[in-house]
Design a binder for this molecule. Structure first.
Ligand SMILES: [Zn+2]
Length: 210
């Protein structure tokens, strides 16, 4: 089966309208390597277009996407940790000064867990196991009151990923040295706005767009 026509045509437009007009930047990126300003841990959800949300240029963001934008705790003996490997590369090789966990509204992964239908996913599958990362989620009463149950889970998942990032020794070292900041954000698909996690209060507040 061929690729969908819309993708083939889209790539033609990219070559003609984007790459050809900005060839210098792409050549520079190819020669000099990447030096992203931030790492973003986002959901696989097709509606969460990270570069579009930040109007970011190629090379600006080092992005890892997984189901429900989760970060497992530091597990050196674990197997095949794709997200942890990306975090390690971003911090120790690229030395990014910022790591952003980007949650989003209407997250199917979080909702699967919330509605307790995780047990209905195939036993031999990966999703059920992956979503056990949400097992110790701490819901915040004021989130439920302000945003409802569904979003309270999504916000708690972002907090949990931030907490798990702090269990990585190489991140803790960079945090303590003031070389790294962690950020928790939540993107509203319908409204387009972000909420931002205040580190000192643990509350999500309107994103400062100034
Ligand atoms: Zn999602």
């Amino acid at each position: 089966m061929h690729l969908p026509k819309t993708l083939i045509e889209g790539h033609s437009r990219f070559r003609r309208d984007v790459h050809a007009k900005d060839r210098g930047r792409y050549l520079q990126l190819a020669e000099l390597g990447q030096a992203p300003m931030a790492m973003v841990i986002a959901c696989c959800d097709a509606r969460v277009d990270v570069s579009a949300i930040f109007d970011a240029e190629p090379g600006a963001l080092f992005i890892v996407r997984n189901v429900a934008n989760l970060v497992p705790p530091y597990e050196p003996a674990g197997k095949y940790h794709g997200t942890s490997a990306a975090v390690e590369y971003a911090a120790t090789a690229l030395k990014v000064p910022h790591i952003i966990v980007l949650g989003h509204s209407h997250c199917g992964g979080v909702d699967t867990y919330r509605r307790g239908v995780r047990d209905k996913v195939p036993e031999h599958g990966f999703i059920g196991r992956w979503l056990t990362l949400l097992d110790d989620l701490k819901l915040v009463e004021s989130d439920i009151f302000a945003y409802g149950d569904e979003m309270a889970f999504e916000l708690a998942a972002v907090r949990s990923s931030i907490a798990n990032l702090k269990t990585f020794p190489f991140l803790r070292k960079r945090l303590e040295a003031g070389l790294l900041s962690l950020h928790g954000l939540h993107f509203d698909l319908g409204g387009g706005q972000l909420l931002s996690l205040e580190q000192d209060t643990g509350r999500f507040v309107a994103f400062d767009e100034t």
